[in-house]
Design a binder for this molecule. Structure first.
Ligand code: BJW
Ligand code: ZN
Length: 308
């Protein structure tokens, strides 16, 4: 398929209109314009400033739980303050137009859900689902009276205010107190050591609910994603470097099964040589155009510009 920078190829529009099953496979780039850093972008990516081995491995958590937990709390606070962008809204709108559209994300944020998407498959877990490192029991995140789920969709400032008011009169313990401060999510917090809370079931340290290097992906998420990729007519690979396996297998599996594969990314990736169509640009620019071109839903696609 041929395209100029801003044109959506007519063959893609036709493929999308006719598709019965679509997979939208996303990576960090889809949240970049919400202010969430990617991992591997040269100047702005997390791995340009932080050592992945020292933060995103089981060994790092065993050796330095305070550093690892503090870093993930800093990132979780950033996500709480962020809002979905036009790409998240356009993808959620596409889900309402296509008979079956499965969103498979490598992202540990919840911005697809907050844009209105449903049944999002999280291959690499979630910042919002910590669990015990020993017994696996889910840990209920206590952000004070405003829980994580009730914060979702509201203005971060409103949350910060509520939280600040209640903190003033509370007997917060050390963890909760430190935790409250992370809502500021300032750069000063990025290297802050915070002891992980203890599991209420067995007392072991609670760990972030994400998938670190060397760990298996959640088996139900992986099998759902693999099945969707192998059954789809059309797969979008959006904002991912397509370097991390096994997730990066998904576009390859879709290609092997005969699907059309479309990539949205401002930069080159290993998928460029194989995708039927490479749309070079920012997801928040391209995805509303794809939606508008296929379904004439310009207003809906740009809803993110006006949403709270
Ligand atoms: C835009 C944009 C805009 C910018 N619009 N786009 C060789 C050596 C060692 C290990 C391996 C190896 N080969 C394979 C492995 C295994 C390893 C792996 O794949 N490593 C590779 C890096 C080499 N994989 C694993 O370990 C996985 N598990 C596994 O294999 O289990 C089996 C096993 C079990 C036991 C022993 C051994 C194996 C698990 C992988 C888990 C990945 N975890 C992370 C961290 C999650 C927690 C956290 O958030 O901290 O997941 S790593 C990080 O990478 C994160 C992401 O989900 C993942 C993918 O990154 P993504 O999303 O693609 O982001 P970037 O930054 O790479 O790319 C962003 C893209 O956006 C760029 O292309 C930009 O151009 C673009 N962009 N702005 C659109 N506005
Ligand atoms: Zn436990």
């Amino acid at each position: 398929m041929k395209n100029t920078h801003h044109d959506i190829p007519s063959a893609l529009i036709e493929a999308l209109r006719n598709a019965q099953r679509v997979v939208v496979f996303t990576g960090a780039g889809v949240s970049a314009e919400s202010g969430i850093a990617t991992f591997r972008d040269a100047l702005t990516g997390l791995w340009s400033r932080f050592d992945a081995q020292a933060l995103a491995t089981p060994q790092a958590f065993r050796e330095h739980p305070d550093i690892v937990w503090g870093w993930y709390e800093w990132r979780r606070a950033q996500v709480l303050r962020a809002a979905p962008n036009a790409a998240h809204y356009a993808i959620a709108a596409l889900q309402r137009h296509v008979p079956a559209l499965t969103i498979v994300t490598q992202n540990v944020d919840d911005l697809h859900e907050r844009a209105g998407a449903t049944k999002v498959v999280h291959l690499h877990g979630s910042l919002h689902a910590p669990r015990c490192s020993a017994c696996g029991a889910p840990h209920v995140v206590d952000d004070g009276p405003a829980t994580v789920s009730s914060v979702i969709g509201t203005h971060a400032e409103a949350h910060a205010e509520t939280h600040a008011e209640t903190r003033a009169g509370s007997n917060a313990d050390t963890y909760a107190d430190t935790h409250a401060d992370t809502h500021a999510a300032s750069n000063a917090d990025e290297g802050r050591r915070i002891p992980p809370p203890a599991c209420t079931q067995c007392g072991a340290p609670v760990r972030p609910g994400v998938v670190w290097f060397g760990e298996s992906l959640p088996s139900d998420a992986w099998s759902t994603a693999l099945h969707a990729a192998q059954q789809c007519d059309l797969l979008f690979s959006i904002g991912t470097s397509a370097l991390v396996y096994p997730a990066a297998e998904l576009p390859q599996r879709a290609l092997a099964a005969g699907a059309t594969v479309v990539q949205v990314n401002p930069n080159a990736t290993p998928l460029d040589a194989h995708a039927h169509c490479n749309l070079h640009g920012a997801a928040a620019d391209i995805m509303p155009r794809v939606l508008a071109a296929a379904f004439d839903q310009r207003d809906e696609g740009l809803k993110g510009d006006h949403a709270p």
